[in-house]
Write a protein that binds this ligand. Structure first.
Ligand SMILES: Cc1cc2nc3c(=O)[nH]c(=O)nc-3n(C[C@H](O)[C@H](O)[C@H](O)COP(=O)(O)O)c2cc1C
Length: 341
């Protein structure tokens, strides 16, 4: 695989004279409960990510309450370029919500058509909309007409394999003035099971001329290069791997420019964990302990005997105790490593 040829150095989302340049052409996928402002700044500081996205946010919620908008959509200037992701199904409400997003200073706006969660689908949001293309047209037109920001859509390929709509939806979106598409190459029915079907990304890329981002199952820079080579997509979007390995964007950038990338040492992992946990504490969020426990599960992927550390963190009651557990775990790792050397 020719890494240098495969990963695009940049891609631009453009509408009515407004341009968002993603360099490199990589996107942090929106992840509810994960991609809050602390995590987004963490990813930015590690480097290599072209565009950051918020967690999905209810259009209805932000229209009804400024508190909801502040809670889910506050961001810091260093997060730019940043897109706000909304979900919802009422065109008039979503148009109003889009205006709020524009006024908050986001660089672009994204509509979620992929969420499989029952409570979102029940209100016809997320992947529920994949079964109603006429309503989708009205939604696209309403949002497009309300704002001058670049507007993107993130979607799954269809409700199930018998009802694939990815090509039709992509063409519809482009005809309504949508400026970019990200396909999570699974159906709603699949949830997260099975493999992402990258050939569906290739179908979409062939059907439209706006930028197409491929999403699903990228676990390494090699995977990202393979997806681009196999589908011709203009950029890649990465979700779960970014939570388990926040260095992935930096690694992809190194791979793109040099054909190789460094793997984190145990010391890097300890630093990553404590740095992130300290950021959570500094944020002064009363839920910091819960978040630290949640992230312990992600960050210990790939750590030898990581299960022990997870257990110790789950049992800890305070922020300080969690940091002590991390320190004690890695001190043991280093002393064992030194003895072996
Ligand atoms: C914990 C979690 C939360 C997610 N939340 C969102 C969300 O808010 N909006 C969205 O469009 N997709 C959401 N997704 C889906 C991801 O953005 C992405 O499409 C999916 O994980 C596939 O990409 P990956 O294989 O790189 O993880 C979420 C996924 C996970 C695991």
């Amino acid at each position: 695989m020719d890494a240098l040829a495969a990963l695009p150095a940049e891609v631009t989302l453009a509408h009515a004279g407004k341009q968002v340049r993603l360099a490199p052409a990589s996107v942090l996928a929106p992840m509810a409960g994960i991609t809050d402002t602390v995590f987004r700044r963490f990813i930015r500081d590690l480097g290599g990510c072209g565009l950051i996205m918020t967690e999905f946010t209810s259009g209805d919620g932000i229209v009804r309450s400024a508190k909801v908008a502040r809670r889910y959509l506050s961001f810091e200037p260093e997060e730019r370029p940043i897109a706000a992701q909304l979900f919802g199904s009422d065109p008039a409400v979503m148009a109003e919500a889009a205006v709020i997003v524009e006024q908050m200073g986001f660089d672009s706006i994204d509509l979620n058509l992929g969420c499989p969660a029952k409570k979102v689908v029940k209100c016809n949001g997320g992947s529920g909309l994949l079964r109603d293309l006429p309503l989708l047209r009205r939604l696209f037109e309403a949002i497009r007409g309300a704002v001058s920001l670049p507007f993107t859509v993130k979607f799954r390929a269809g409700w199930d394999e018998a009802q694939l709509v990815h090509v039709e939806l992509a063409r519809l979106a482009e005809s309504c003035g949508v400026n970019g598409l990200a396909l999570h190459a699974r159906t709603r029915e699949q949830g997260y099971s099975g493999n992402a079907r990258w050939e569906w990304i290739a179908d979409v890329k062939q059907a439209v001329s706006i930028p197409v981002f491929g999403n699903g199952d990228i676990r390494s820079p090699e995977d990202a290069a393979a997806m681009v080579a196999q589908t011709g997509c203009d950029g890649v979007m990465i979700g779960r791997t970014a939570a388990a390995n926040p260095w992935i964007f930096r690694q992809m950038e190194a791979y793109r420019t040099t054909g190789a990338y460094p793997l984190p040492s145990e010391r890097d992992r300890e630093q990553l964990m404590t740095d992130y946990f300290r950021r959570l504490i500094r944020q002064g969020n009363p839920g910091a302990v819960g978040k630290m426990k949640q992230f312990a599960a992600w960050f210990t992927h790939g750590v030898e005997d990581g299960g022990q550390l997870r257990k110790a963190i789950y049992q800890a009651g305070t922020e300080r105790q969690i940091l002590e557990q991390v320190e004690a775990f890695f001190a043991k790792v280093y002393s064992t490593t030194c003895r072996e050397v």
